[in-house]
Design a protein around this ligand. Sequence first.
Ligand code: PMP
Length: 353
Amino acid sequence: MSRFQQSVDGIGAYVVDQDASLIKLNQNESSRDVPAALKEEIFERLRRTSWNRYPIDGSGALEEKIAAYTGHPVSGILAGNGSNELIQTLFVAACSKGDRVVTARPSFSVYKRVAGLLGVVLDEIPLGLRFAYDADEVIRRAKCARMVILAVPNNPTGTTISEKDLERIARATDGLLVIDEAYQEFQGTNAQSLLSRYENVVILRTMSKAWRLAGARLGYLLGREETARALSKAKLPFSVDVFARTVTEAVLERRDLMDEVVRTVRSERERLFREMEGIPALAPVPSAANFILFEVKNRPARSFFQALRDKGVLVRVYDEPDLRNYLRVTIGDPAENDAFLAAVREIAGGERA
Ligand code: PMP
């Protein structure tokens, strides 16, 4: 007899290949680390921090810096241990067992994982042609849903949805509309203006992608003051430690570092897409994020993945049926992208679609 819930025993482990000896293009991280000089400055700040005291939980210097970056009031900001924690907090705070939450399919796997653990029914609306969002179907199903959660741009497809459609969805549901904007910096637009007009809208962001801080674990949420206050009660106290706070405060002061990542990703995304389009065995999906999903046309995607791995390039492979023929590559630095393209050409060379 298991000591754990069926929902836990029934779920697979969250396994990600993290072999650092490979060219790592499988987790949508920034290929650039925080510069050494800034790390030194952060170490200095950490030396001045009290490690014996609990961190400030709520409106501290971190929240002030997030407010300065986003233009959103501190009272409507909630920081978390990665946006993953805030996703869990939203499900815990808004849903009971058996409640229905609307999302898209395929989308970010953590939504399904958290819903499954809580016994929440995830109503996954299939993306349409070329992985486009089906806004009309989302609206139909959103009516009596407890919550709607959409990644914009979506992971793993890189496809997006217009602000107008998001507004229609916000209007169609009494539940929360959570817009997960983990990749918004790469898209260049966001849905923040909806916050002032719709009290049920919540926006999720992360420092893990454009801001280079996947290792520091810092996500944040923008919403109405009442929403942030309610959600903070469902989150574990002090989940954002002094180290993550200090690192994030310092990095948020260096917008130039984020801009540099975004500039490189945008130009490399365009170049990679064009090059991949020219390879008959592949069909890339246009992306607004820092990755490109691509179809492998004439052999199982998993064998293509393994061939790439054997050549030292790590991309993302999927088990779910929707993505059986697809792989996802994170946009890296130009040299990493060149290595990816060279490996792809060697493997696909001569193969015709
Ligand atoms: N949302 C989406 C859509 C993501 O792709 C990711 C990271 N893969 C996250 C949230 C979680 O990011 P983090 O917990 O690092 O903030």
